[in-house]
Design a protein around this ligand. Structure first.
Ligand SMILES: [Zn+2]
Length: 253
């Protein structure tokens, strides 16, 4: 799970969200040298379903900003790998409604989205306005999940099959809405690397400090095993928050 790739002297650089292009290239080379096959998220999940996936890794990028095009894509193209980047559908049309969009950072243009799509980068959906989904009413939830898919499909000219929950916040109700909208898989921020549910795909957060040694640890079975209780705890918390929000929206206590 990457967020932004940018040089260390870029405006607003924060090591918990940013990785430099050089580090990113080193990390991708590490995966390739250790015989990982890099696919898009949808490709990876389909190959899991067919029982063919073994050492498969997916590079995911939340919030498809212009700096992905400037700094991550050149590395992806140079090394000939595939990746998935999640775009916020309504960012251009309704910028004011997007929560906490960093100053000076803009979403990749629709032309860039098409260019990436034709060059090995799957464009996934990341809602219309990046709000936390469990707190929304049924209608709002549907707009965020369904409209984003429609808008991106209009831009790309084909189906959009992967989804990313903003800030990793989801619940049984949100999961259900995403599945009903026709997506095939969705990523969370739960930590882990073994997967059994296409709508609860766990990830490994890669930040500016994450180097080869740590990647070796986070891609191994022990990392997944060690985080299993934490995943259950977070899922329970999300489900509780969803019930509270939903009851408020429907007027119940
Ligand atoms: Zn996001």
């Amino acid at each position: 799970m990457y967020h932004q790739i940018a040089p260390a002297d870029a405006e607003g650089f924060e090591s918990y969200l940013h990785v430099t292009p050089d580090d990113f290239e080193r990390q991708v080379r590490y995966l390739l040298n250790h015989k990982w096959t890099l696919m898009t998220l949808t490709e990876a999940w389909r190959s899991c379903e067919q029982g063919r996936a073994a050492r498969v890794a997916v590079l995911t990028f939340d919030d498809l900003y212009q700096n992905f095009v400037d700094y991550a894509f050149p590395v992806i193209r140079k090394l000939g790998v595939r990746a998935t980047a999640f775009a916020i559908g309504g960012l251009q049309s309704d910028r004011a409604t997007v929560e906490n969009l960093p100053e000076g950072i803009c979403r990749a243009s629709n032309d860039s989205l098409r260019m990436l799509d034709q060059n090995g980068v799957e464009i996934g959906a990341h809602t219309m306005t990046h709000r936390e989904l469990p707190a929304l009413s049924g209608d709002e939830l549907e707009t965020e999940v369904v409209q984003c898919k429609r808008e991106l499909e209009k831009i790309l000219g084909h189906g959009v099959t992967s989804f990313c929950y903003p800030r990793g916040r989801y619940s049984p109700r949100v999961r259900q809405a995403v599945a009903a909208a026709g997506y095939e898989c969705a990523t969370t921020t739960l930590r882990g690397n073994r997967h059994d549910d296409p709508f609860e795909i766990k990830r490994i957060r890669v930040d500016g400090a994450r180097q080869g040694m740590k990647l070796g640890y986070t891609t191994g079975w022990f990392y997944d095993w060690r985080n299993r209780k934490r995943c259950l705890r977070e899922k329970a918390l999300f489900a509780y928050g969803d019930r509270v929000a939903h009851n408020q929206n429907t007027g119940r206590e």
